[in-house]
Design a binder for this molecule. Structure first.
Ligand code: PEP
Ligand code: MG
Length: 322
């Protein structure tokens, strides 16, 4: 199997009926960059920046962050990289004490962009580092845990202010820097229409979207029968987000665990997904799987899949398709 997959490292990603698909890598630390290159990823679809904030007792400086982001950009050799702004809070508490402590319900608390916006100085340090790194290659910025448009507007404003400051100091700046919204809060998915005008692209965070739509902790094994990737409510939200994005002409990717699960590739194609981001270890397997799928036929099955009442029903339909 290893050799068969290795042969796919530099093959294009196409379905059996010739539809081109984009496969990006998720990266959490510098070592993942080489892995992303080795499997022939189209770029980095999710660069989690938390590692910089979790490894020491002090917040990382602008310079430290700049070096990490620049090395990511250079490491990808001109392929697009998507840097996600800080997603601390909930299960990710930093030693520097940025994340709040003692919240009764941290998963529903001050997390992700909510936390970043409460610390504009810390956030601006990250924003400046990203702006500077974006001169070295194509960069996009992704904002986690968005609920409503005002958060994205506030982030854009901080980027604009940081640009003005850097420009006054004669620092090189990228011409453009697309700003994207993670769709992982159910309200953002349901009311996605409100975000369309404010985001340049979208990335579905299916791990958290599932956790929040099902009210089931993503890490709690006792909830396996509830936290299930085939839950109809989750699938309908995913299809809704992909459809609205496509109609608005904005790219939509999916970067949760399910994006790298070959048992679910056919399903995601049926729902209209054309951009996947996943752990590099899964990428060649998904490329191989896609090559055996007929997208036209799968798309025709979407209405039936989306009408299913239970995840067992979805599974039965998928078994039939296979
Ligand atoms: C997600 O929620 O699906 C996601 C990709 O982000 P993280 O796993 O880092 O929360
Ligand atoms: Mg998430």
């Amino acid at each position: 199997q290893g050799r068969r997959l290795a042969a796919l490292a530099h093959a294009p990603t196409r379905t059996r009926d010739g539809v081109h698909m984009h496969l990006f890598a998720n990266a959490e630390m510098p070592a993942d960059i080489a892995a992303a290159r080795a499997c022939g990823a189209d770029g980095v679809g999710l660069y989690r920046t938390e590692f910089l904030f979790l490894r020491g007792k002090q917040l990382p400086s602008e310079e430290e962050q700049f070096v990490a982001y620049r090395d990511l950009v250079l490491g990808m050799g001109g392929l697009p990289v998507t840097i996600r702004t800080l997603d601390l809070g909930a299960d990710k508490a930093d030693a520097a004490g940025l994340a709040l402590h003692g919240e009764d319900n941290p998963a529903l608390g001050v997390r992700g962009v909510r936390l970043s916006l409460r610390h504009p100085a810390v956030f601006t340090t990250q924003i400046r580092a990203i702006l500077r790194a974006a001169c070295y290659g194509p960069v996009r910025v992704l904002v986690p845990m968005l609920t409503q448009p005002d958060e994205l507007i506030a982030v854009r404003t901080l980027f604009k202010l940081a640009r003005q400051e850097l420009s006054r100091a004669h620092v090189d700046l990228p011409e453009k820097l697309p700003l994207g919204a993670m769709i992982e809060v159910p309200a953002a998915a349901i009311n996605m229409r409100a975000l369309l005008a404010h985001a340049d692209f979208f990335a579905i965070g299916s791990n958290d979207l599932a956790q929040y739509v099902l009210a089931a902790d993503r890490g709690n094994d006792a909830l396996e029968g509830i936290y299930h990737p085939l839950q109809p409510a989750l699938l309908r939200l995913i299809a809704h987000v992909i459809g609205l994005g496509r109609r608005a002409g904005k790219p939509v990717s999916l970067c949760g665990e399910i994006g790298g699960d070959v048992r679910l590739t056919a399903l995601l194609v049926a729902l209209g997904l054309t951009e996947f981001s996943m752990h590099p270890s899964q990428l060649l397997k998904v490329r191989e799987r896609l090559a055996g799928l007929d997208r036209t036929a799968l798309r025709a099955c979407a209405p039936r899949l989306l009408r299913a009442d239970t995840y067992e029903d979805v599974q039965a339909l998928l078994d039939q398709l296979a």
